[in-house]
Design a protein around this ligand. Structure first.
Ligand code: SF4
Length: 320
């Protein structure tokens, strides 16, 4: 694994709540265009979000840039080398700071994430809930004792790899290939399926939406979301928070200063966020004019320039 802190930082942020396979393409594209802290600090937010498009959690991308600007201003562009300095950067928590400092600088700074907690709770049949901050704190304290000078980078990477590849979350862990099998209590007592203990997930809130994929003079009408909240600052197709019939949709658009001439088709799509589920229905509508309230852009520009979150990009793909 690379020991370049910039690379480790970007990969760890991308990997939060996303699988390695899903991130690979994003990671190489990102580094090709933004190879270092200086280029990250200088890139336009619009382009940054475009490169992040599809990964979700867009504030993470913004925090990357905020942190890069701080590194330029406070550390002359060189990635800080002390745990507390790294932890102090925007968007970097204990896990990421621990991973960067142990992997890149060989410091005894445990990186405790879901993978590592799964291994730890199974090996010792530890029944504490891993969603509790106190469990993570205790895990860090236990690991601190295990970190030996000179071997910190290897230990962090070994634990991460073990959790990601051998002691897997869904399905049966690959105990036969596990170097910890001789000491593992969960393997011995066949309790691995019950570990780790998690809090019950809250039900997602369901929101209904009618989305308008409007086309006029060969261009599509889009608008920018508010600066705060879900998908802040991203582009979107206009929509309303209700389930409209086709005739209600046409009437609504007429009241918005548009002249809708043809409802070409209707496409349903559900997008799931962590706490909310959008049940959407899109109407693809040809219009005679372009209203001032929307930005009208060509299909190619929507593809290449404007950052459309997956919830809306799905309709663009269905347009082909
Ligand atoms: S022996 Fe099996 S359950 Fe125990 S840590 Fe290894 S893979 Fe996980």
């Amino acid at each position: 694994m690379t020991k370049n802190p910039y690379y480790v930082w970007i990969s760890e942020i991308m990997l939060q709540q996303t699988r390695v396979e899903a991130v690979k393409g994003y990671y190489s594209r990102f580094l090709e265009e933004i190879p270092d802290v200086m280029s990250l600090a200088r890139i336009s937010e619009e382009r940054l979000l475009k490169l992040w498009e599809g990964l979700g959690y867009y504030n993470r991308a913004r925090n990357l840039q905020r942190a890069a600007i701080r590194i330029m201003e406070e550390y002359q562009g060189e990635f800080p080398k002390e745990y507390e300095q790294v932890l102090d950067l925007p968007g970097i928590g204990e896990y990421t700071a621990g991973a960067i400092c142990s992997i890149c600088y060989n410091l005894p700074t445990p990186a405790v994430d879901g993978n590592v907690l799964r291994v730890m709770t199974r090996v010792s049949e530890w029944n504490a809930c891993i969603d509790d901050a106190s469990t993570k704190k205790m895990a860090r304290e236990i690991l601190l004792v295990l970190y030996e000078e000179g071997n910190c980078s290897d230990l962090t990477q070994a634990l991460m790899e073990l959790g990601a590849v051998i002691c897997i979350p869904n399905g049966e862990p690959k105990c036969q290939e596990c170097p910890l099998r001789a000491m593992c209590m969960a393997r011995k007592n066949h309790t691995y399926a019950n570990l780790p203990v998690r809090k019950e997930k809250q039900q997602r809130r369901i929101e209904k939406k009618t989305v308008f994929v409007l086309r006029a003079n060969g261009q599509y009408g889009i608008r920018k979301r508010a600066d705060k909240g879900l998908l802040a600052g991203m582009w979107e197709f206009p929509h309303v928070d209700s389930n409209m019939t086709p005739s209600e949709a046409m009437t609504y658009l007429s009241k918005q200063g548009l002249e809708p001439v043809l409802l070409e088709r209707e496409v349903p799509y559900t997008h799931i966020f962590s706490h909310v589920e959008w049940r959407m229905k899109a109407y693809y509508i040809a219009c005679q004019n372009q209203c001032k309230e929307l930005n009208w852009v060509a299909y190619e520009d929507l593809e290449e320039t404007y950052a459309l979150p997956t919830a809306f990009k799905a309709f663009l793909e269905k347009e082909l």
